[in-house]
Write a protein of this length. Structure first.
Length: 331
């Protein structure tokens, strides 16, 4: 068995960014169904914050990070879709991408097309696959058709800017919300039909104005507590409230009867890892994402780069909503 020592980010207990520490860890050979990957770039996502602060509870000590790109160094028995030397990228459980190299399950690791750089690959997988399952697999009754209005919160974030572009390619009228005029302009630049600054405007009133009082077929909400109640009121009858994050805190509890009173609404809480539970689904969704990026329909915007050693600052900026687009950690 070959072993090597690499740098990795580990926390011993939940807390603030100060808990993130660089340590030396030993990496060995991949076992059955596993690969060893040497990372080239690492993705930063809000789910990393949830793991760090304990909103999503995981055993300690914990290595953070859910997506990265790199070169395959070795494959274990039973792995047929990858080989040593392949360029690859992933969004995957378990956490642990904040490192120079790792051994991990091969199921969610995909060959990265030559036309996509390692930096783009690291930035796009978790956010791009999230946008894919939202717009293609998390649909209201009757589906979505060209011309339909959808509301997308945090439209200037990593998932949001991808969704703005993809929605435009699908012919949808995406109404984006963001916390500043500059972020709203960014959403419009990337394909949103309308953008609402929720810091200075009532997004419910604006949605009703934009849709002529009809509301939207679906709300895609990663914000949670701060947007939940008004988002429900933005929906048309039989509309779908699709929660996929909690940036402002968990959404409040509610009585199911309220959904009937508001128009026989549907509510769902989605997670990417349910959608990519199988190798086949992962590859199909990744192929759709790769096609959207290589065709130019979706451009991956990387607005922040931090060396791995500055991971604490990266987390501070992410939580303070100082970031736009995608953020990567460099090695």
């Amino acid at each position: 068995m070959s072993q090597m020592t690499v740098k990795a980010i580990v926390i011993d207990r939940n807390g603030g960014p100060e808990q993130l520490k660089i340590v030396d860890v030993v990496v060995g050979d991949p076992g059955p169904g596993e690969i060893r990957i040497r990372h080239k770039a690492l993705g930063l996502n809000f789910i990393d914050v949830y793991h760090r602060n304990g909103l999503y509870t995981l055993p300690m000590p914990l290595r953070l990070g859910m997506e990265a790109s790199g070169a395959i160094e070795a494959v274990g028995t039973g792995v047929t879709h990858l080989k040593a030397g392949d360029r690859a990228a992933y969004a995957s459980q378990p956490p642990g991408s904040y490192c120079q190299a790792r051994v991990m399950p091969a199921r969610n690791v995909c060959r990265l097309p030559d036309a996509i750089s390692f930096e783009t690959g690291a930035a796009m997988m978790l956010k791009g696959l999230t946008a894919q399952y939202l717009l293609k697999r998390t649909l209201p009754q009757g589906g979505l058709n060209a011309g339909d209005h959808v509301l997308f919160h945090a439209a200037a974030g990593g998932v949001g800017l991808i969704a703005c572009q993809w929605a435009k390619a699908l012919g949808l009228q995406l109404i984006g919300t963001a916390g500043s005029d500059a972020k709203c302009a960014l959403a419009i630049e990337h394909g949103a039909a309308h953008a609402i600054n929720y810091s200075s405007e009532d997004f419910l009133a604006r949605v009703q104005e934009i849709t002529g009082g009809k509301g939207v077929k679906v709300v895609y909400d990663s914000v949670g507590k701060d947007t939940w109640d008004k988002s429900l009121d933005c929906l048309s009858p039989f509309g779908l409230m699709a929660c996929f994050g909690n940036a402002s805190g968990p959404a409040p509890s509610f009585a199911p009867g309220m959904l009937g009173a508001k128009g026989s609404l549907y509510v769902t809480r989605q997670t990417l890892f349910t959608h990519i539970a199988t190798r086949e689904t992962t590859q199909a969704m990744a192929d759709d994402l790769f096609e959207a990026v290589t065709s130019g329909k979706v451009k991956i915007r990387i607005d922040q780069r931090y060396p791995l050693e500055q991971v604490q600052q990266a987390h501070r900026d992410l939580e303070a909503r100082k970031t736009t687009g995608c953020t990567i950690l460099t090695l």
